[in-house]
Write a protein that binds this ligand. Sequence first.
Ligand SMILES: [Zn+2]
Length: 123
Amino acid sequence: MSKVASILRCTCPKCRKGRLFTSRNPYAFKGGLDMPDHCPVCHQDFKIEPGFYIGALWTSFPIVIILMALISLLLLVYFKMEMNWFFVTLAIILFLLQPIIIRLGRSIWIHLFVAYDPDAENK
Ligand SMILES: [Zn+2]
């Protein structure tokens, strides 16, 4: 699995097999963002230091900006939406996408710090 595929599928950056999140459903009301302490496959520490995922703001923020730009283009240029409806629609769409954005931001963040190890599973 490539690094990009590993990020998008939210798998462990070291073995690219274990799942980063306990639940497969990002919209699970309870525990949708819960992560195990260690990778179930290679035992890579997922909580590298206290507050590690606060840094994921730096990776989820650009995702939000890019999404906002794309959705804005779509709503304003393609659908020619009025401004007041545009802001309401944009806010609702971003709110609904928030669990996925947070997961992706965390996945990118941990992939920046942990290198891939093809033999991680066997150690
Ligand atoms: Zn792993």
